[in-house]
Design a protein around this ligand. Structure first.
Ligand SMILES: [Zn+2]
Length: 92
């Protein structure tokens, strides 16, 4: 049980954002020392970014696309399980 459990969702979001600021973490990326690093103009072009795909979320989005035309599509709750039998063979 946390002190935040009694808060509404909005209040909890604000508390988390405020804690992030108080904790010297960037509220955008969650990184440490925002003034020295992620919010420092000196490093504007110094960040290397690698993009990786989350195949789990991709599968969820593809499944939700199939029910997109349902007038109550926003009420579907994706239940995701990993089926190892459908995995590609591991590379050696
Ligand atoms: Zn940041």
């Amino acid at each position: 049980m946390s002190e935040w459990d009694a808060l509404s969702d909005d209040d909890r979001d604000w508390a988390i954002a405020t804690a992030a600021l108080d904790g010297d973490k960037c509220p955008v990326c969650g990184g440490d020392d925002p003034e020295g690093l992620c919010q420092n103009p000196r490093y504007q072009h110094a960040w290397d970014v690698k993009i990786r795909r989350c195949y789990k979320q991709r599968a969820v989005l593809m499944a939700m696309e199939r029910v997109r035309s349902d007038p109550y599509a926003g009420t579907f709750v994706p239940v995701v399980t990993l089926n190892e039998a459908r995995a590609k063979p591991e590379r050696k």
